[in-house]
Write a protein that binds this ligand. Sequence first.
Ligand code: ADP
Length: 428
Amino acid sequence: MPVFVAKPVFWSDRLRRSALVLLVAGLVLAALAVFGGLQPSRAIAAFVCIVAAALVPWRVHDPAASRETELGANPVETAAAYAIIAGMPDPNVLLDRAGRVIHLNAAAAQLVPALRKNELAQFALRSPEIVTALREAIATRETRRATYLNHVPVDRWMELIITPVPVPTAFGGIDHCMLLTFHDQTPLRRVEEMRADFVANASHELRTPLAALSGFIDTLQGPARDDPGARDRFLGIMHAQATRMARLIDDLLSLSRVELSAHVRPDTLVDLIPIVRQVVDGLEPLAVERQVEIEVALPSTPVMIAGDREELLRLFENLIENALKYGASGGRVTVSSMMDAAPDGVPEFRVVVRDFGPGIAPEHLPRLTERFYRVDVGDSRAQGGTGLGLSLVKHILNRHHGRLLIESVPGQGASFTAGFPPAQAVAA
Ligand code: ADP
């Protein structure tokens, strides 16, 4: 990937000056040989010395001067090459053929503060993998790749690509600079890690009830074959485990459906109030079972938002069911609403589900919407939870351009607020 085009420079100022010196020296020596009696062999020897004196320093390695030569003696081209490197969004470093830094952009200086102009890059980059790749790229003039890891201030994974860049020299030959380009792979790595974690968690969650099911099947085929009492009990447990698996698969599918359509705003106008009421009515049997009273304080007038009815049902089901399951000891759950301004000043309609149970310790609050995160895994499983409910709630709210607010004082219960922008704000 050539960064610039440099024309061969055969007669640079320096070469022209050297030629002038040699011409004058030749004329003077010839005049001395013809008119001054200087022996021709001595005149030739003196001329050879002058030629050497004029040309050798010209090729002696002067880092700054040789870089000018490598980049083309034309200062406009050199400046253009530097400007291109400076303008690249990724960190970029240009090295000479010995691996010394010729130029680097601000992003590279920020990423590797130890990189200095005119110093060997390997002193700053140090990792054996990078040093080997750099040596190989210089020796073979082929592109090499390596990984650059940075742990400060946060972990970052960068792919380093070392590309030899052919540059015409002042003598009409070709030299090779090395262009180092860093590509940030951190977001990809994170997604990959999250995907792997997710698959591991989902498999684990499915394997647990599956193991219980096959254990009971073995028992029913063997020792409990002729025990009707044990059979009924075991079938009950098997039913609960199968329900849990079905629920997990349901939640996983819902989550992936919401994620797939995350970037598409729902465009149907729906009234939130009957949706919340329908959920409360549906959960009444659970409330009775848990001896919890649900108090509803919702407006009698419609509250229209742009929304997906099925997803909204799922959202409130999760919030109210959690309040009934985890906050049952408070004996009371309230479902209320209000109109207020969001932090950005836009008015939002809020539905607040509050319980008066044990509440949630502050350190758990920021992680509650992570997939499979549970304050108490045993308690969640005992309640038939999957650990995906609040993650689903968050995704549904994101799709509706809403937000979830979780507040809790341990010992005094928890409140979950779903805030929605009004229909006209979403349409805008
Ligand atoms: P689950 O399927 O386990 O209920 P959720 O994502 O819905 O998963 O909730 C995550 C965790 O948050 C629950 O396991 C529980 O520990 C905690 N939690 C949710 N709602 C409440 C609540 N109202 N009171 C106390 N803890 C709660």
